[in-house]
Write a protein that binds this ligand. Structure first.
Ligand code: NAP
Length: 654
């Protein structure tokens, strides 16, 4: 769609930068400063103008992108709507709520689209934070603290006059306000507000309105948010554009309400009683570009339903700013007109974040899971804390087993306030080798379900293809004396040899199917199998494995097995992906990691995820927990994958 840029100042090149990859083309540029307009127009091979009316009649552009200075937004938008053009306006939509409402009404009466910046509620970090909210991780949200530290505009803007005239609300506060309104719906009233004229004495250029404003806002849907908007608090102050929300069950910290990049630590979640943990993206994400919102608005026009939702939200945000000013002038609590703003539909619930599908018939799994084994270099380690960290960071696949002896701790974590809902977590359970007989499998699965506090597993698997003698049930294994644990899990005959049980793999699989028949698991799986053993299972049973878990890392890439599984719609889960001796010192992993800004461990995780294999690394270090999860959103090139596939360790044996 052709568009006309009105305003060729500092922000215009930011919008223009995204045009080439978009469905929009620039048909003309208008600016009172003819040189500025001509320079931008020349770069895009279009005409330039110094007068809006002339440009509107000369250029065939259904969409006007209003990039003028703050006070000019409303008059320019009115003129463009009056000339039957759809409009996307820079923030704010207007400086006065009545004027903003009029613009929305004008657009509605002419069936024109009206959008308004900021579009950042759709930027990657904000969407990630929005998903956490939509997932209910915070519970009901009671309180929030939002900052908009625009900073000393005289220091960082080449033409600060327009900012100094309007104050920090209309340029800065609009970022958190637009986001909060998108999430929580309209502000009902400003409870209290204050405004200060605080500014360095030495500065010759001074704001003509209060330079620092604080207000407490009551949202109709419940939350109360304290907002600070400031020219005085410096541009790069600690809080900058930070937003912190507190709910009954947890808290959320978003580093930048107006940020457009994809930084992994911009969203942090802390459930009640625990520290904040970074919640990185779990799938590949693109930075947000200014032009994205314009393109989306144009798409609504092309689809025949020009959207005015952004305009309505922009108008409500102006009404909030007006009400804050009125409250700060002593008018007491001030009611806010919602200007027709209803919350955008909440982000669609994401049942399986970071899902990576292999085929239509394969189960959907997150790109990376978390290993819950307590074994570490021949020792038992406590895992509850790191599993809680993993859930808070956003892992949605947990690999558990009765052998790990910590199912009841996982159950406690899943039942605690701030935990993800059960249906948002893919839970793998495993029956140990001593439980391959039918009655033992049923008892093992029943015991594990009880300890975890769940009705059913998402996948219940045989931990190992071959059977050992049953010497007793394994529940609460970790609480038993170590010798008893050893006897129960690796029973020995009188001569010290492994005490095997006479249960074939085919029989064990059919026994496992009875667990499925009872509805105690959605799917079945198997671990540590060769391709021949997997074929045995496929022939023996009525239910195919949905998931095959094997040790997989660059020293054991299991390419044949992976391809065999993927061709048949079975997902492959890679256990022990990082711990092969010497692996993380491999120069090729280091080289690829250096090029991409990843550690060798993250490269290994990305190598798995790029093949559609789900690695389940374990870690007791918070930074590793977070970075491993984030690495699942990286996709390696075919060449990088081939370089890693070529790694071999002839001595590798486990
Ligand atoms: N089905 C089976 O038979 C089977 C067998 C074995 C394992 N598993 C599953 O696989 C899971 C993972 O296996 P695993 O625990 O044996 O080994 P792993 O995940 O391959 O490796 C864990 C080791 O890697 C380190 N590590 C983790 N992230 C790192 C990073 N980003 N950079 C550097 N080092 C990092 C950890 O140290 P820090 O704690 O310091 O990060 C730890 O020493 C288990 O928890 C279990 O769920 C299944």
């Amino acid at each position: 769609m052709n568009c006309l840029f009105v305003g060729a100042g500092a922000i215009a090149p930011e919008y223009a930068a995204g045009l080439s990859g978009s469905s929009l083309s620039l048909a003309g540029v208008v600016d009172l400063d003819g040189d500025r307009a001509a320079a931008l127009a020349a770069a895009h091979d279009c005409r330039s103008f110094t007068d809006l009316e002339t440009a509107l009649s000369a250029v065939d552009a259904p969409l006007v992108v209003n990039l003028t200075s703050h006070a000019a937004h409303a008059p320019v938008t009115r003129t463009a709507l009056g000339a039957d053009r759809h409009v996307y306006s820079q923030k704010p939509l207007a400086l006065d709520a009545d004027e903003a409402r009029e613009l929305v009404a004008l657009a509605r009466d002419h069936d024109l689209a009206l959008g308004c910046a900021p579009g950042t509620p759709r930027a990657p970090s904000q969407r990630r934070a929005g998903r956490l909210l939509a997932d209910g991780r915070l519970g009901p949200v009671g309180l929030g603290y939002a900052h908009a530290h625009v900073g000393r505009v005289t220091d960082w803007h080449d033409r600060p006059d327009s900012f100094l005239e309007i104050g920090p609300l209309y340029d800065g506060a609009v970022y958190p306000l637009a986001l909060l309104v998108a999430w929580f719906g309209p502000v009902e009233r400003v409870r209290v507000a204050d405004a200060l004229d605080v500014w360095p004495e030495r500065e010759a250029r001074r704001p003509s309105t209060p330079s620092h404003v604080e207000a407490t806002l009551a949202f109709a849907s419940g939350p109360t948010v304290r907002l600070t908007a400031s020219f005085y608090a410096p541009h790069r102050s600690r809080e900058f554009y930070g937003l912190e929300l507190h709910g009954d069950d947890g808290s959320l910290y978003l580093k930048g309400t107006g940020a457009m990049d994809t930084a992994r630590d911009h969203v942090r979640f802390g459930r009640v009683g625990r520290e904040y943990v970074s919640a990185p993206s779990t799938s590949p994400e693109e930075p947000y570009a200014y032009v994205d919102a314009v393109e989306r608005l144009a798409a609504t026009v092309e689809a025949g339903s020009p959207s005015r939702a952004g305009g309505r939200r922009g108008a409500h945000v102006v009404a909030v700013c007006n009400a804050i000013e009125a409250a700060a002038e002593g008018e007491g609590p001030v009611a806010v007109d919602d200007c027709g703003a209803t919350a955008d539909p909440p982000p669609a619930p994401v049942v399986r974040p970071g899902e990576s599908d292999r085929s239509a018939s394969a189960i959907r799994l997150p790109a990376v899971g978390f290993g819950c084994s307590r074994y570490r270099d021949g020792e038992y380690v406590e895992r509850a804390d790191s599993i809680a960290t993993a859930l808070d960071a956003g892992y949605r696949l947990l690999d558990s087993a009765e052998l790990y002896g910590n199912e009841h701790r996982i159950g406690e974590l899943l039942a605690a306030p701030g935990a993800p809902d059960r249906e948002r977590v893919f839970l793998i359970g495993k029956a140990w080798r001593t439980n391959h007989r039918r009655e033992h499998l049923l008892a093992a699965c029943a015991g594990s379900r009880e300890e975890l506090g769940i009705d059913a597993f998402d996948c219940y698997a045989l931990h190992w293809p071959s059977a050992l003698d049953h010497r007793g049930e394994l529940n609460r294994l970790a609480e038993k004396p170590v010798e008893r644990q050893e006897d129960l899990t690796f029973p020995e005959g009188e001569g010290g040899e492994p005490a095997t049980a006479d249960v074939s793999l085919a029989t064990a699989w059919r026994n496992l199917e009875t667990v499925h028949e009872r509805g105690w698991t959605r799917t079945l799986g198997i671990c540590n199998v060769s391709r021949a053993q997997l074929e045995t299972v496929l022939e023996a049973g009525d239910v195919d494995p949905a998931l095959v878990q094997v040790e997989r890392h660059p020293y054991r890439s299991r390419t044949d097995l992976v391809e065999f599984c993927h061709e048949r719609g079975m997902r492959v889960v890679a256990h022990s992906p990082l711990s092969a001796h010497g692996l993380l010192d491999e120069p090729v992993l280091n080289a690829i990691g250096t090029e991409r800004g990843l550690s060798p461990a993250e490269v290994v995780i990305a190598w798995n995820a790029s093949r559609g294999v789900v690695p389940i690394p374990s870690s007791t270090s918070e930074s590793h927990v977070v970075s491993n999860l984030a690495a699942g959103s990286e996709r390696l090139t075919a060449d990088e994958i081939a370089r890693i596939d070529a790694l071999r360790d002839p001595d590798f044996e486990r």
